[in-house]
Every structure is written in C-alpha cells, then in structure tokens.
Ligand binder design. Sequence first.
Ligand SMILES: CC(C)(COP(=O)(O)OP(=O)(O)OC[C@H]1O[C@@H](n2cnc3c(N)ncnc32)[C@H](O)[C@@H]1OP(=O)(O)O)[C@@H](O)C(=O)NCCC(=O)NCCSC(=O)C[C@@H](O)CCCCCCCCCCCCC(=O)O
Ligand SMILES: NC(=O)c1ccc[n+]([C@@H]2O[C@H](COP(=O)([O-])OP(=O)(O)OC[C@H]3O[C@@H](n4cnc5c(N)ncnc54)[C@H](O)[C@@H]3O)[C@@H](O)[C@H]2O)c1
Length: 720
Amino acid sequence: MAEYSIRDSVAIIQLDNAPVNALSVAVRTGLYDGIERAAGDGSVKAVVVCGKGGNFCAGADIKEFDEGSKGPWITEIGDFMDRMRKPVVAAIEGVALGGGLEVALFCHYRIAAKNARVGQPEVNIGLIPGGGGTVRLPRAAGFKQALEMIVTGNPVRAERALKMGVLDEVVSGNILEAGIKFALSKAHIDTSLACLRNRPVRMDGLNIDTKADAALAHVKSKYKGFEAPMFCVKAVVNAARVPYDDAIQKEREYFFELRTSGQSQALRYAFFAERQIARWGLPGGGDYRTARAIPVRSVGVVGAGTMGAGIALCIITSGLPCVLLEQNQEFLEKGVTSLRGQLMGTVRLGKMTAGEAEVCLSRLKPSTSMEDLKHVDMVIEAVFEDLKLKREVFERLDKTCKPETILCTNTSTLDIDSVATATGRPDKVVGTHFFAPSYLMKLLENIYGSRTSPETVATVMRFGKTIRKVPVLVGSCTGFVANRMLAPYTAEAQFCVEEGASPAQVDSVLMDFGMPMGTFRVSDLSGIDVSFSIRREAARKLGVTLTVDSRYFRGQRHCSLIERLVEKGRLGRKTGKGWYKYEGPGGTVPLEDPDVLEIIETHCRALGIERRNVGSHEIQERMQLAMINEGFKILEEGICTRAEEIDVIWLYGFGWPRYLGGPMFYASKLGLKRVFEKICTFHKRFPHSQHWVPSVLLGKLSESGLPLSKWGEAAGTSRL
Ligand SMILES: CC(C)(COP(=O)(O)OP(=O)(O)OC[C@H]1O[C@@H](n2cnc3c(N)ncnc32)[C@H](O)[C@@H]1OP(=O)(O)O)[C@@H](O)C(=O)NCCC(=O)NCCSC(=O)C[C@@H](O)CCCCCCCCCCCCC(=O)O
Ligand SMILES: NC(=O)c1ccc[n+]([C@@H]2O[C@H](COP(=O)([O-])OP(=O)(O)OC[C@H]3O[C@@H](n4cnc5c(N)ncnc54)[C@H](O)[C@@H]3O)[C@@H](O)[C@H]2O)c1
C-alpha cells in the first residue's frame, strides 16, 4: 500500500510494503490513488513520493509475475504524472531498482540520499525494464550509460547517478525533509519542462546505427544463449529511433514476451532459491531462526597447499586476520608465494590496489607452530585427504585451541563424524567444503555431522557470507552433494566416449547447453592424476586393485580410460596433454588429439566394446539425467532440506547456466514423469550402473503428479 499525508502544502505518498516496498497491486493502486488525490486537492502545491523503512522501492513484486496481477501498470501512473501541473519529486533512500527507478523517472524530479543506489536489474531475472525504463533512462542518462545500466543490471551509487543526469540532487540528512523543501522550490515551475517524455534520447554525439550494431554484436557474443540482454539492447535502440509512445508500446511487448519465457521463470526461481538456502535446519532440531552464530574475529588455516592458500586469501581479503599453518618452512613459503601470486593477480586485474593488497597481507600470519592457533575463533583444516592425518591434526587442534574454537574440515570425501570423533568437541566440528580455485569459486558447501551443534552451523553459514561465498548447508554422505552428483555425470561422459563419442564432442554438447566448460576440459585442468589417485585410494580401502582389463569393477560398469591416460603420462594441462593436447600461448589451447582417439579405440578393442555414433542428445540426456536422479536420492535421504539447495550448488559450484535454474528446476520443467520414465529406460539399458536405479522419491512424484516444490509431501518429510 501507500500512505498519504500532507505537510506544508506538500502531499507525501509513502510506499509501504516491507521489506523493500516492492510494487505489489496494493502499492501501485495506493500510488495511483495518492497522485490522483494530490492532483485534485487545491491545497496541495507539490508531491513527494518516498519509501518506508529505509528503501525507496525494489521494483515489481517478483512473486506476482507467476500469479498474474491486476492494478495499474507503472506507465499508466506515469502518464498521469506527465499531465500533472504540480511537481512530483521522488525522494530516494536505500534502493530504487527496476520498477522503483521507473516510478522515480516518471516523477518530475529525483533527489537521493548519499547512501542510495539506483538501477534497472530486470535483466538478472530474464526481463527488460517494463515500466518505461528503456525509454526514459536514455532520456535522463544518455543512450550509452543507460544501455550499460540496463544490459548489465548493475546499480549505480547516488553520486554517479547525479553526474549521469539521473538525479537532480544528492542530499545528506533527512530525505523526506529534503524532498519537501525541494518540491516547494519547484512549485512555480512549469512541470512540462522537467518531464522526461518531452526530451529526446541523449545520444551525446553517437551515431545510433553504428552503436546499435556494435551493441548487438557485443551482447550476442558475451551472453551466448541468454536472451534478455539482447532484448534490452533492442528496446533501448528502439527508444532512440521512434517516438516516445511507440517505444513504450514496444517495450511492453518485449517485457510480456520475456515474462512468460522459460529463462525468466528460471531466473526468478534462482533469485528466491538463493535466499531460501539461508533457511537451514538440522534433522535433530535447531535451525536458522533459533541458532546464534558465534562471533568469528580470527581464523586459522592448516595446510597451505592448493586449497589452503586460497582459503587464507579469502579470509584476509574479507578483513579478518588469518594464521596460515604448514608442516614445515619449505611448504609454508610455497603456500605464501602462491597466495601472494593470486593476490597480485587481483591487483593486475584492477580489482584491488597494490596498497590494499599490502593491507590484506598484513592480516596474514604464516606459521609452522600450532601454538599460534591457540586463540583463534575458527580453524579450517586443509591438509592431505588422508583420514589418519586429519584425525591427528584434529586431535592436536582440540588440545591446542581454546574450548569454544570451531574446527572445520575442507575434506572432499571423508565423513565428518570420522574426523569429529578425534576431538572432545564433536559439536564444534563441521565440514566447510571449498571448491577449486578456492579464492575464486563462490560455493561453500557446509556439512554437518551427527553431533554438529546448531550454533556451529549458524557460525559457518554466517562466516561463508563474511568471506563473500554462497554457503549451502548439507548432510554428510560420500561426496556430499556436489561431488556425489558429479560422479554419475562424469561417469556417463566417459561411458559415452567408450561407446563412440569423442571427448571434444561431449564437451561441445555441454558448452552448447550453456556450461562454462566441458567435463573433459575440467578434468585436464584439475589434473587427471587427481581423479586417478582418488579412485586408487578408494579401491585400496576396499582391499582391491583397479585394473584396466575389465569393464566392470565389483559388479558395476567402470571406465578405465583415466588409468590408460595416466599410464601414458597424460595428466592434463600441466603435462601439455590429457584428454586433449595443449598448444598456443602458455599451452592453454585445447586441441583434439588423434593419439587420444587411438588410446580410446585400442582400449575399446581390448575390452570388446563396440563403438557407434553417439548423438548429442543422448550425451546430454545421459549425463544430466544420471545426475538429476542422484539429486532426487539426495533429497529422499534428507541430505538436503530442499531442491533449491541442490540447484544453488550447481549454479555456484559448476556454473550451471542460471537462466536454466539448476538441474532440479530443469528436471521439473522437463516434467518429472517424463524424467522418471527416461531414467527407468536407461536403468533397463544399463543395469550395471547403480546410478540408474531410479530414485524412489522421483517415482512417487511422477506417480502423484506433485510438483517439485511439494517433494516433502511425496517423501513424507519436511524439516522446516
Ligand atoms: C532489494 C535488494 C537489493 C535487497 O537486498 P538485501 O540483500 O538487503 O535483501 P534480500 O535480497 O535478502 O531481500 C530481502 C527480502 O526482500 C525480497 N525481495 C527483494 N526484492 C524483491 C522484489 N522485487 N519482489 C519481491 N520480493 C523481493 C527478497 O526475496 C527477500 O525476502 P525473502 O523472503 O526471499 O528472504 C535485493 O533484494 C534485490 O536486488 N532485489 C531485486 C530487485 C529487482 O530485481 N527488481 C526488479 C524487479 S522486476 C521490475 O521491477 C519490472 C519493472 O521494470 C516493470 C514493473 C511493472 C510493474 C507492474 C508489476 C506487475 C507484475 C505483474 C505482471 C503480470 C501482469 C499480467 O499477467 O497481466
Ligand atoms: N584440490 C582440490 O581441488 C580440492 C577441492 C576441494 C577440497 N579439497 C580438499 O582439500 C584438502 C587439501 O587439498 P589440497 O588439494 O589443497 O592438497 P595439497 O596437497 O595441495 O595441500 C595440502 C597441504 O597440507 C600440508 N600439510 C600436510 N600435513 C600437514 C600438517 N600436519 N600440518 C600442516 N600442514 C600440513 C601439506 O604440506 C600441503 O601443503 C583435502 O582434504 C582435499 O580433499 C581439495
């Protein structure tokens, strides 16, 4: 809704819809009524539109896009304001985003507090501004700057918006008081002079034809497969070419076309999914509503290898002091050199100044003495993936650190309890699984053990945000969620290669789908020997040796191409060859290698595997459905609380295209019944792959016709 009041002959319309004053039907109706009332009230000289609770307005109520909505459209309210003889002033604090900025652009004047940010972020949810933004922002900010804001969705701060011409004044102090004063100062000025409708799009000397072609070409190559940015360009270009009303009409057509597109639905889902993951709960009780996080003022990292150095860098760049511990001076120096190298990389990219980097480094205390961890609030262990070693480290940490210190492990495979039981504080032991490269990858998979306390979970969830990661809480199981789902995905990729596809073909199928990289290129990048060692270690624990002479391992289909490549010294990019051969500057350009194709052929002949043409559709379907089936098993086992957690893990851990929502959302769009039936078919065709045993939960959802969002009903469980 919107509250109406009058002060000093100025009508005040205050948008009121906590927490961000989104433009629900009630808010739009309240705004329209308020403007009409002020126009008709002879005692009112001017109008101020502002927001309640610290924000002007975050735009359309995104939830309403799926429901359909009545009430006035923003442009109808705007048309009314355009005809008003009394000045309307937007008094902005906090954010004016999307429809919020559009409301402000319909006002005759805009003033903002210093802390304010304005923007058109619609592209992030697969839309274009639909309330006049593509037509009015270029009239205020100029074609080039408006286009940039609309295509990137990035908001700008008040001072910059003032320079751009979006704002008329930036003020300090009470925004409402400033708004009233400003409105009265404009009460005798002809409003038509301030009305953006009456101004042309500011081209600032640019040629629209040249600019349009360049912008379209740029967006096409940068946002491959993502349709909204292209529509943003088309709408802004159109606004520069045609009269105002025609441009508004075209904008609305594009907006409605995108609103019902699958991409916008997926992006809106992703928007809320990201917020839902903060609402965690533990099976034994305790959740985000009741658990209190312990303050983390200092952190220790044990192990300065590939992961530890990057983790320490995340910590110091987010403002916290960090003790980085190694087993000896040589490894310590190596780790610190790697950390410095990564930090200087950010300086070279212009993301930080050399001075800021020095300040970050001053927060780092390299050490080889565990005594230095005595007083830290949290320790993250990142030593070799060896249970015996990790238990020793945890035992020592338990003895050394203060009793309230939280002890985290960055293990990628080990059960959290198996580490926690080495300490006398299993309630304070938790998994914090970072992804390589740990400084850059946004996902933080936090894993609770059977005795991890709600306070410990609350602490690592908050810590994740502090170090600018996306923390998702999951239960403990082999591979946790990310790697457990990745296993059938990569296994199917290798099976497809055995059956006749090439690594390059598989990778291009994945890239065409929208993944940032194919699975074989990822494998080459992280090192084929890494997967090799994990497999060899797993076999060793089972008391068996892996062999390349069989298609089966303990009754399960198994592909030993990795062992074949390692035998030939093809460890990936670091050795200049793996699934591909690498050439070009720094050996970074992957090329299909006839030698690899020969290795595959020989391997298949030796094992009697008949090769055939494996189509792109089959590759995509097998890799994705095997992984999606695993996702449903993860849900049915209660490892996750909701499907959104799995989707966010794939968005931030593996770069699943955001405009496709995430694998679970994608499955729900394909149709759960269809997905289940396909999985059953693959199960019949490939009976020796455990990952094709259909998920019971998926079967129930398929049978009941319940949507994915109601999976808890089908599973008979709901934790929150
Ligand atoms: C605003 C933020 C920057 C705040 O960030 P912060 O980190 O402080 O907090 P959170 O992100 O956690 O948010 C808090 C809370 O608020 C919820 N929320 C935020 N924004 C919205 C919103 N716009 N709608 C609904 N809910 C919102 C958020 O979900 C959190 O709650 P939760 O319970 O989930 O924890 C940041 O939140 C942010 O960036 N928000 C998104 C801003 C955005 O994208 N705005 C653009 C929206 S699209 C738009 O404005 C389109 C316009 O161009 C056109 C508008 C036309 C107006 C008419 C609308 C009619 C709609 C019906 C159409 C159907 C018609 C038909 O069928 O005929
Ligand atoms: N590399 C990845 O892609 C990746 C991704 C996620 C998780 N992980 C996990 O992170 C952990 C570390 O992996 P990594 O790749 O960084 O290994 P790494 O071999 O690069 O580094 C491990 C470091 O631990 C040090 N170390 C060993 N014992 C120590 C001790 N007692 N005290 C102090 N330091 C000691 C070693 O000297 C070495 O520098 C493992 O548990 C691994 O499973 C790795």
